[in-house]
Ligand binder design. Sequence first.
Ligand SMILES: [Zn+2]
Length: 504
Amino acid sequence: MNRLARVLWALAALALVVGLGSWLYRNASLGAGPAVTLGRLYLQSALTPLLVGSAALALVFGLASGAVAALPRRRARSALKLPALPPLAAETPELAIAVRELLLVLGRQLRGMSVRAEPDIIAIMDLLMDGAIRVGASDVHIHPLEAGTRVAFRVHGVLEQVFIFPREHHSRLINRVKVLSRLPLYQLEKPQDGHFPLATQEGPADIRVSLLPTNHGEALALRIARTGVRLPQLTTLGFPEGLRERYQQLLGLPQGLILVAGATGSGKTTSLYASLGHIQQSRGELTRIATIEDPIEFDVPLFAQTQVNAEQGLTFAHGLRAVLRQDPNVIMVGEIRDSETARTAIQAGLSGHLLLSTIHANSASGVFNRLIEMGVEPFLLASATAATLSQRLARGLCPHCRTEMPLTPEEAVRLDSAGIARGTFYGPVGCERCEGSGYLGRVAFYEMLVVTPAIRDAVNAKVPSARIQEIAASEGMVPLLAAGVERARAGATTLREVFRVVGG
Ligand SMILES: [Zn+2]
C-alpha cells in the first residue's frame, strides 16, 4: 500500500506539471524556438485533454491511498508498545523471567485498554496476538468465568495468566475472533472450529480456533501453528552444567530409551523438544527425527511430526508402529500411557532407535516399576533404557527484590533429615518488576538416573523403586530434593517452593 501511494503521488505530480505547463503555453505567447514548436505540437494533439484529466484523477487517487496507508500504521503504532525481549533471549538461562516480565507489561497494557467504556476490541486482539507470538506462546486461552474472562497463554507447556478481561465485553472479544475466522456470529450453542492467518515478524502463522459453549459463555482456545520457530535450548532449562554434559552424551547414543517423568505442567515436553533440538544440531540435518504427539506443540520443519487422532484410530501405539516402518534414527513419543505403546517403545529402543518419551511417575527411579506395571518384561526394560529423568517446576524468585531469609525450624529439620547442608536461602519481597508478588517466571530442576550395570540388575530383579533410588544415589545421582535445594541456595526459588513441588 505504501509503495502504491508513493507511485501514485509521483504520477500526480508529473501530470500536474505537464498539465500546468501546457496551460501556460496556451495562454502566454512566448517567442519562437524548438521548445515552443514542441509545445505547440503537443497542444494540438488529441492527447492533451486526456493528460490533464489523468492528472486530476491521479491526484485524487494519490490523496486517497495516502490517507488509507496512514490509517493502519497509526493502529499498529499503538499496538507495539511492548519492550522487546533481548535478542538472544532463547539462549539465556533467565528466559522464563524475561517472558514473565513481558507478560506483566502486556497484562498492564491490556487491562488499561479494556477498562475503558468502549474498549477498542480490534486493538486489544491485535496486541494480545502480538504478545503471544513474542513470548513464544503455543496457545491462547480466553475463558469466561463468573467474575470476568481469564486470558492466559501457554508458554513452553506452562499456562500463564495474562489478565482478566471485563465480563460485559466478553462476547465482543469472541466475535472479533469469529469475524477473523469467518465463523457465524450467532451460533452460541455448538462447539465450532476454524482458523485465521496472522502475519508475524518471523513469518506467517496459522491460528487454529476452537470455541466451546460453557455455562458462562463461549470459551475460546487459539492454537498458534508456526513453522520455523526456535526450539527451546538445553542451556535455558536450568540443568547444572555437569548434568547437562552427561545428558548430552546420552543424547548421542545410537539406540535406547530416555524417559522423562513428572506431572502435567512440569515442563517435560519442553525438555524433550530441547533434547531433539540438540540432537539435530549435533548430528546434522540428515538425522531423521520423527515424533508422535498429542498435540503437536512446535512445528519443526525438519521433523516428521504426526498428530495422535484417537477418533481416526491413530493412537500413540498405532502411530509408533507406523513411524517405525519409516525407520527414523530418533523418535519422540509424546507420552507412554498404555502397555501397547510401552512394549513397542521398548522394541524400538532395542532395535537401533533412540526413543524419547514422557511418563507419569513420581521419580526417576519410579519409572521402571511404572512400566513393569504396564506389562513390560523387566529384562527387556533393563536392556533398553539408557536413562530416566524426573523434573519439577517451581515458581522463580524475582531477582530484582529477593532477600535473604532465615531458615524456619521445620525447614531446618527437613534439610537435616535429607542429609543436606543448611545455609543461606532467600525469600520473596515484591517490587514493581514483579507486580508486588516477589515471584517471576519458573525454575526447573532435575534428577537423572543413568542405567548402570547395578541398576540394570536391580530392574531385572524387580526390586522396589526405593531400592533403585538408593543404588542410584550411591552411584552419584543427585536426588530431586537436593537438586531443588541447590536452586534455592542460588536464590532462583525459595526452599518452601522446592518442598511444595517435590512433595513427600
Ligand atoms: Zn520483584
